[in-house]
Design a binder for this molecule. Structure first.
Ligand SMILES: N[C@@H](CCC(=O)N[C@@H](CS)C(=O)NCC(=O)O)C(=O)O
Length: 206
């Protein structure tokens, strides 16, 4: 979703090669050569092959011309502030919290059920999201000087993910998410990434 959204924001003409997670398609010889971690997404751009959604969209932001409403860091401080958001979202919200819930709840048949860790990850997510609210300007639409950036793609995708897990969001995050969803390329990316709606395997177990 993150990579499609960024590609569409940039107006790129790109080829989609659908590879299903846990379908065996990430384990073929050809795919494993591209990404030995056997994970999607993967971007191929000429000789460049990249995995990790955050690294991919960061590369795209630095490689292709950005539309006028995109945030462009003017100096090291601007770049550091953007990185601060991106690392926070990818570690505290994505990897430590949501992905733990994914592995040990939605995918518990593969990774094992860990209800205590899942409950603790949900609380941790809520704590960190409340902390993040303190860094969002009330009234601003976007995270970086109120201009759209890769940090908004990462945060919105984590908020969407939390909502599919029925995690309550603070009002500020709810309205932030609603405003970012109004970007036309968001719905376009959703349609490309989830042509049949959100798959059941993404949902939390009952
Ligand atoms: N940190 C990685 C996570 C990628 C990831 O977990 N991808 C999942 C699908 S969303 C996957 O490839 N799962 C396949 C598997 O675990 O076999 C990123 O942000 O790109």
């Amino acid at each position: 979703m993150r990579v499609h959204w960024m590609a569409l924001e940039l107006g790129l003409d790109y080829e989609v090669v659908p590879i299903g997670a846990r379908s065996g398609e990430t384990h073929t010889e050809v795919f494993t050569k591209l990404n030995p971690k056997q994970k999607i997404p993967v971007l191929q751009h000429g000789p460049i092959v990249l995995s990790e959604s955050a690294a991919i969209i960061h590369y795209m932001a630095e490689t292709f011309p950005l539309p006028n409403d995109f945030f462009v860091a003017k100096d090291a401080v601007g770049r550091a502030k953007l990185n601060e958001w991106c690392y926070f979202i990818m570690t505290e919200l994505d990897a430590h919290s949501l992905y733990l819930i994914r592995r040990h709840d939605s995918l518990k048949d593969i990774y094992g059920a860990e209800p205590t860790a899942v409950a603790s990850a949900e609380e941790y997510f809520k704590k960190q999201i409340r902390a993040a609210c303190k860094r969002i300007n009330n009234g601003a639409i976007y995270l970086m000087e109120n201009q759209f950036s890769i940090a908004d793609i990462l945060l919105t995708s984590c908020l969407d993910w939390a909502v599919t897990y029925e995690i309550d969001l603070p009002d500020l995050m709810r309205s932030y998410r609603e405003k970012v969803h109004k970007r036309p390329r968001f719905s376009d990316a959703f349609a490309v990434n989830f042509p049949n709606g959100i798959p059941k395997s993404v949902l939390r177990s009952a």
